[in-house]
Write a protein that binds this ligand. Structure first.
Ligand code: ASP
Length: 337
């Protein structure tokens, strides 16, 4: 209730209040920096940080960071994840650099590192997005091995469990009922993941920004369903003049507001990363009305000064922040409902 009241009060102050607070400059620009969604972000940040601390490019950091999560077979991201309702794991990912170059793959099967395929799309084709069979064909032509068409043991168990009712009910907000504290996401007692995505944004020592986002999407989704994660401007957006943002949660509602593009544009208007994420969350809540309680969406963002922030609809979202060898920590996302 307190949160709601505060949200209404802040809302009535309007944009100028946010703009005012954002003009309080931090003592110094913080770079390099990397942030990523959820607790799996701790491990992913470590890999990204190795690159950033040695003067590497943010683009390499955000690719190699999320590859850690994609590699973990017992994870909600990558080939170990829950399948769609026809029993196939389909993966979505995208990446974007400081020049607004971007690449994306969606509905990709049997490839371990969709984020790297997305990078190849960006670097080696005149396109932004490849999907399904075509994306897989491109990946294989680029030398990515075709992995066996097989569910991990845990995913198989959880799919068999789901098949008993075959209820098509998106369950994105399960972290609300039981929060994981594991460094790599773990399966909940009912067989579901606490979340399905990792999104990462980083600024390197040169001050250049990049971002990545990779997911298996919603568990037991309709075959062919895509969420926000592979969509530039929805699951990820980078503008090297302003900042970068990524999203997690119910993808349909992130797409509806072009979520991360909105966050970056709000930062351009002077909002801090946290307030920009908050405004985007508020917009979803306004659209969804009473149904907002049934979903979770979280945004995280950084700006060119190395300030970071995140916001979500309801309690249970966290993100990992790293800007020094001994500074890689989880932050609980502030929430509105
Ligand atoms: N945003 C992802 C999707 O809708 C899911 C997630 O973030 O957990 O596919």
């Amino acid at each position: 209730m307190l949160h709601r009241r505060r949200f209404l009060q802040l809302g009535s102050l309007g944009l100028s209040a946010f703009s005012f607070s954002s003009f309080r400059m931090p003592a110094a620009s913080r770079k390099p920096i990397v942030i990523s969604t959820w607790d799996a972000g701790i491990e992913a940040n470590k890999a990204a940080w190795k690159i950033l601390r040695n003067g590497g490019r943010a683009l390499d950091a955000v690719e190699q960071g999320v590859m850690v999560t994609e590699s973990s077979l017992n994870c909600c991201v990558g080939l170990g994840a829950n399948p769609d309702r026809d029993g196939h794991v389909t993966l979505d990912a995208c990446i974007m650099d400081e020049h607004a170059n971007c690449g994306s793959v969606a509905f990709l099967e049997r490839i371990k590192h969709p984020v790297s395929v997305a990078r190849r799309v960006m670097e080696k084709t005149p396109h932004v997005m490849l999907v399904g069979e075509g994306a897989q064909q491109f990946a294989v032509a680029e030398g990515f091995p075709l992995e066996p068409d097989k569910l991990s043991d845990d995913a198989k168990k959880s799919y068999e469990n789901w098949l008993k009712k075959s209820e098509y009910k998106p369950v994105i907000n399960i972290e609300n009922s039981k929060k994981s504290t594991a460094a790599v996401p773990t399966r909940l007692e009912n067989g579901d993941w606490n979340h399905d995505t990792i999104g990462m944004v980083a600024m390197d020592a040169e001050g250049n920004l990049s971002g990545s986002c990779t997911t298996s999407g919603m568990a037991f989704k309709m075959r062919g369903r895509l969420g926000d994660s592979p969509i530039i401007g929805a699951g990820l957006y980078v503008d090297n003049e302003v900042g970068a943002a990524t999203a997690t949660g119910q993808g349909e509602d992130v797409i509806r507001i072009c979520g991360t593009h909105l966050v970056v544009e709000l930062m351009r208007q002077g909002l801090s990363p946290e307030n920009a994420c908050k405004k985007a969350v508020e917009r979803i809540i306004k659209i969804k009305g009473a149904k907002a309680k049934e979903i979770q969406v979280g945004f995280i963002a950084i700006n060119k000064r190395g300030e970071y922030g995140g916001y979500c609809i309801q309690k249970g979202f966290n993100f990992a922040v790293c800007y020094a060898d001994d500074k890689n920590f989880l932050v609980d996302g502030k929430y509105i409902l």
